[in-house]
Design a protein around this ligand. Structure first.
Ligand SMILES: *[C@@H]1O[C@H](CO)[C@@H](O)[C@H](O)[C@H]1NC(C)=O
Ligand SMILES: *[C@@H]1O[C@H](CO)[C@@H](O)[C@H](O)[C@H]1NC(C)=O
Ligand SMILES: *[C@@H]1O[C@H](CO)[C@@H](O)[C@H](O)[C@H]1NC(C)=O
Ligand SMILES: *[C@@H]1O[C@H](CO)[C@@H](O)[C@H](O)[C@H]1NC(C)=O
Ligand SMILES: *[C@@H]1O[C@H](CO)[C@@H](O)[C@H](O)[C@H]1NC(C)=O
Ligand SMILES: [Ca+2]
Length: 527
């Protein structure tokens, strides 16, 4: 019943599928020389349960619901990590954070990210998607949040993007520009202002025009690229659903959900405008669009955050609420409308899939964690595969089929919890939502996500079902761990001197600030 596919066998299957896909693509190329455009729309901290199509009672996402109706809804799709930076690094490298270096060894099983005092960033040895697409004639732009390191050598244009409009870090602030600088906003490889200064976000009303600006940037790019007739890759990464949540005046106060809902409504409207632009330009039938979110909703934000639907806990955790993402694929005339695919997917699959669509080869000698989704997209095929859930340097859980086994459980430490930080508000599953890091390696906590999507009822370890399933799962985990070579951890060191004091371009707009002396220390990651 549970056929085991070792990664080696899966790689072979993958290769055969690649060959077939390439053949099909070459066949198609004879009729139409143009390679497909690729658009990734990545939301920030938006939860699985925020979309009307996934059952949110507010039903305020008509454009996303329509996108799903015109394409494929993926209810079983995951991010690679329950926090922004590692999740985003994995999308662009097609690799788990443990491989691409977006993790920390300062403490066991801690999520690290790239605040503005982080020393590390994306390593030069990592090959990002736009860099490979460029070899196939693609022109790439990122709009919005980068989060793969903010020192000059880590910025998007150093790693394959041709254009950028957005910021390297989260839009936290306002800061005083004395102890902490405000986060810069870049146009390509130069800053053109800072959040809370040239790019206003009102902490009082929640008003900001940033989503509108990010939307215009996307629309202009698409229009310009359509004229050049060159294939393009657009990575659209707005961040208004990440705290501090914001929306423009036109949307403020329009949602029954409050400010967070206003932000969702604005993003939904922007998704609609972008898809309509593709249609109006007559390139929708040559553009693969994928919508998702970088991690689950932040339950710490309470009523100012999103919803993870029926799933347990949220952002920061490797429970379903932290990892399962609202995901939709769209490509009119190529993808059959109105589908729901239970393909077990991860955002790392998009890397491999995009390469195949572009006719590019995966980088040689690089271990990828994604699979080819084209059989799913074009043929409704389900590919059998495991998904591994990491927190920092630890494999916390694995999903295979409808089963999920937790080798470790942890929500957050008691100290944070007693201060009121709760990643699982209103949820307490004994022995599962633990505040001590629990090592269940010798007898993992097993759930059946079909019968129990909320991870509330562990399957007894004495049952035949448990024993049978765990044989398969243990082999998959053992195979995964024995071949894993961790990358150099990038999220260990912090230093106030590396903050955004004087980013490139600061002279032109008189925004250079004086950096304090260097004082590198180990970063503190409470979660
Ligand atoms: C947003 O743009 C409008 C129209 O240009 C302007 O009136 C408003 O002040 C802007 N809001 C913020 C917060 O920048
Ligand atoms: C896509 O649509 C355009 C405009 O309707 C049409 O000219 C073109 O042939 C179509 N291309 C494909 C690949 O179907
Ligand atoms: C397409 O789906 C059919 C039916 O499920 C299957 O037999 C076939 O192998 C699939 N083809 C590809 C290329 O995945
Ligand atoms: C969760 O519930 C268990 C069992 O009722 C209880 O012992 C424990 O204190 C609760 N934990 C928290 C953090 O509330
Ligand atoms: C977790 O438990 C396993 C099995 O008992 C053991 O081999 C491993 O060393 C433990 N890991 C840690 C970090 O304690
Ligand atoms: Ca996020």
């Amino acid at each position: 019943m549970h056929e085991i596919r070792t990664p080696k066998k899966m790689a072979l299957v993958g290769l055969k599928i690649c060959a077939l896909a390439l053949f099909l693509l070459l066949g198609a190329a004879a009729e139409d020389e143009r390679k497909p455009n690729i658009v990734f729309m990545l939301m920030d901290d938006m939860g699985w349960g925020d979309l009307g199509v996934f059952g949110h009672p507010a039903k305020e996402t008509p454009h996303l619901d329509n996108m799903a109706a015109e394409g494929i809804l993926f209810p079983d799709f995951y991010c690679a990590n329950p926090l922004c930076s590692p999740s985003r690094a994995s999308i662009l490298t097609g690799r788990l954070p443990i491989r691409n270096g977006f993790y920390t060894t300062n403490d066991h099983a801690r999520n690290g990210y790239t605040p503005q005092n982080i020393v590390g960033g994306i390593a030069d040895s990592e090959i990002l998607l736009p860099k490979i697409l460029k070899t196939e004639g693609y022109y790439s732009k990122i709009v919005g949040k980068w989060h793969l390191g903010h020192q000059p050598q880590f910025l998007p244009l150093e790693h394959g993007f041709d254009e950028w409009f957005g910021a390297p870090n989260c839009h936290f602030g306002p800061y005083d520009n004395i102890h902490t600088p405000n986060i810069p906003v870049y146009k390509d490889n130069k800053m053109i202002g800072r959040y809370y200064q040239q790019f206003a976000i009102s902490r009082k009303t929640g008003e900001s025009n940033l989503t509108q600006i990010y939307t215009e940037e996307a629309l202009d790019f698409i229009e310009t690229q359509a004229k050049t007739q060159k294939p393009f890759f657009l990575y659209w990464a707005p961040d208004s659903t990440h705290t501090p949540v914001y929306a423009s005046a036109q949307f403020l106060g329009t949602s029954q959900r409050g400010l967070y809902g206003d932000a969702v409504r604005e993003l939904d409207d922007s998704v609609g405008r972008i898809l309509l632009k593709l249609k109006d330009l007559g390139i929708a039938n040559n553009t693969f669009v994928f919508f998702s979110s970088d991690n689950g909703a932040a339950l710490v934000s309470k009523t100012r955050g999103g919803s993870n639907g029926p799933f347990l806990c949220g952002k920061e955790t490797t429970f379903e609420g932290g990892m399962r993402e609202p995901s939709i694929a769209w490509w009119p005339e190529r993808i059959k409308p109105g589908q729901v695919s239970h393909q077990l997917g991860t955002q790392m699959d998009l890397f491999f899939t995009a390469l195949l669509l572009a006719g590019a080869k995966p980088p040689s000698g690089v271990v990828l964690d994604g699979i080819d989704l084209t059989p799913t997209l074009f043929n409704h095929t389900i590919t059998d595969r495991p998904v591994f859930f990491y927190r920092g340097n630890e494999m916390m859980a694995i999903r295979y089929g409808l089963y999920k086994a937790h080798y470790w459980t942890w929500t957050n430490g008691w100290e944070e919890f007693h201060r009121g930080v709760n990643y699982c508000r209103g949820e307490n599953v004994t022995g599962v939502t633990t505040h001590d890091q629990m090592n269940y390696t010798s007898s993992p906590v097993l759930f059946h996500l079909g019968r129990d999507p909320g991870e509330k009822y562990p399957i007894e370890s004495s049952t035949p079902e448990y024993k049978e399933v765990m044989v398969t799962i243990r082999e998959l985990v053992s195979e995964h761990k024995s071949s894993l070579i961790p990358g150099k951890p990038q999220l260990n060191m912090c230093d106030p001197a590396v903050m955004n004091w004087s980013p490139p371009g600061c002279e032109d707009i008189d925004e250079c600030l004086k950096a304090p002396p260097s004082n590198p220390t180990k970063c503190h990651w409470p979660h």
